[in-house]
Write a protein that binds this ligand. Structure first.
Ligand code: SF4
Length: 388
């Protein structure tokens, strides 16, 4: 078997679309190419598709479905994992869509005998958004202290990939990234050139992982045209997806696999992020749903706005850091510590209220247990210090 890691980098080898080729012709090329790559015995490692439920990763799964259905069952020997991540504070609209689609995909793949394994990853519960914010008092994340992306998004998916790398020697991570998404995305794609004679590039942070981008050269218009033309191979149409984008005013929170890609998480372009995201100025996605009449999301948006608002108010924060020390920046300005225990209690009370108004669970029992444990440990420590 050819060792991909031994190949030296060369220029990207996927042709740039020309105007005389229609989107549907380009789609036929994508499906053919996915079929050829699936059957390529030189890189016979499992495929792991990062599925966010957004338009681009939906198209990648669609192409894989079409390609697999054109391959005789005896040659469908490579497992294809379709992995979605749930941050546990996922936008309720997105998670509902993800649940519905992944269920359909799982059932259809099973009925058709396709080697697709549908998986869901989640953060380690001790590192969840609520446990760190309400339990340990981490201030609501912002651009300079974005403690959430790595724990909620990168680590869970990376752990899944690493597990399969250790089982199979390597894994091919299939992503719906496209040059036309943004200049930043284009620069990042061009930086990671393909390995010689291959459409794969090395993952910058996961040894043994290769990146495969089957729709890298499709434009955004191509993606919509293809999704609007062809029915979803797992049944029905992609109408829900169109509706989702229309109501959320576009944008998506893509699968995030490395710190390098993380700037895309929690920016105005990633409107399908966590509903609690205080890194963005406004939650345009949920606001979009409220504007078209889904008023049940209003308490969530108000709560997020309040979390963002209290972040830098000194009365909500401890003077000391968690290590018991006072901290100052290079200009000598005091940097406050975590949220006080009183603030954390207030946040939890308000979260319970929002949960009641919203009518669905927003925090798990396990998270609550861990939160109370953190509070007890901290109060005991404080008492111990006070008693001398
Ligand atoms: S969407 Fe916002 S809260 Fe969620 S991981 Fe990204 S930056 Fe953090």
């Amino acid at each position: 078997m050819k060792n991909l890691a031994d190949s030296s980098p060369t220029a990207a080898d996927i042709s740039v679309p020309t105007d005389d080729v229609s989107a549907l012709d380009r789609w036929a090329e994508v499906v053919q190419s996915v079929r050829d790559d699936y059957l390529d015995e030189n890189q016979h490692f499992p495929w792991i598709i990062g599925f966010s439920g957004g338009k681009d990763s939906t198209l990648v799964v669609h192409a894989t479905f079409d390609a697999l259905m054109s391959i005789p069952p005896s040659r469908r020997t490579r497992p294809v994992h379709m992995v979605s991540n749930d941050t546990l504070v996922e936008s309720p609209v997105v998670i509902a869509h993800l649940d519905k689609v992944t269920k359909l995909i799982r059932q259809t793949a099973e009925d058709l005998g396709l080697p697709i394994i549908v998986a869901r990853t989640m953060p380690n519960i001790t590192q969840s958004f609520w446990v760190l914010l309400i339990g340990k008092g981490y201030p609501s994340p912002n651009q300079s202290m974005r403690w959430c992306t790595d724990r909620l998004k990168i680590q869970p998916t990376s752990e899944y990939i690493k597990r399969h790398i250790s089982e199979s020697g390597a894994a091919i991570v299939v992503l719906g990234v496209r040059r036309a998404e943004s200049n930043t995305r284009q620069r990042s794609i061009d930086k990671h050139q393909n390995l010689r004679d291959s459409k794969l590039s090395l993952h910058s942070e996961l040894p043994g992982a290769f990146i495969y981008r089957p729709i890298v050269n499709l434009s955004t218009d191509d993606v919509w045209e293809i999704l609007g033309t062809y029915p979803a191979p797992w049944g029905g149409t992609h109408t829900d997806l169109f509706q989702l984008y229309r109501d959320a005013e576009g944008g998506e929170c893509p699968v995030v696999l490395s710190k390098e890609e993380a700037p895309g998480c929690g920016t105005p372009n990633s409107r399908f992020g966590c509903w609690t995201c205080t890194v963005v100025e406004k939650d345009k996605s949920l606001q979009g749903f409220i504007d078209v009449g889904n008023h049940q999301y209003k308490p969530l948006v108000d709560f997020r706005d309040w979390l963002k608002e209290i972040r830098n108010k000194l009365e909500y924060r401890q003077a000391y850091r968690r290590n018991g020390r006072l901290s100052f920046d290079t200009n000598g300005k005091h940097i406050p510590g975590p949220f006080t225990i009183q603030t954390r209690k207030l946040i939890l009370e308000r979260l319970f209220k929002v949960q009641q108004e919203f009518g669905d669970s927003l925090i798990t029992e396990k998270e609550l247990d861990l939160i109370y444990q953190h509070w007890t440990a901290e109060l005991q420590q404080e008492k111990g210090l006070a008693d001398g």
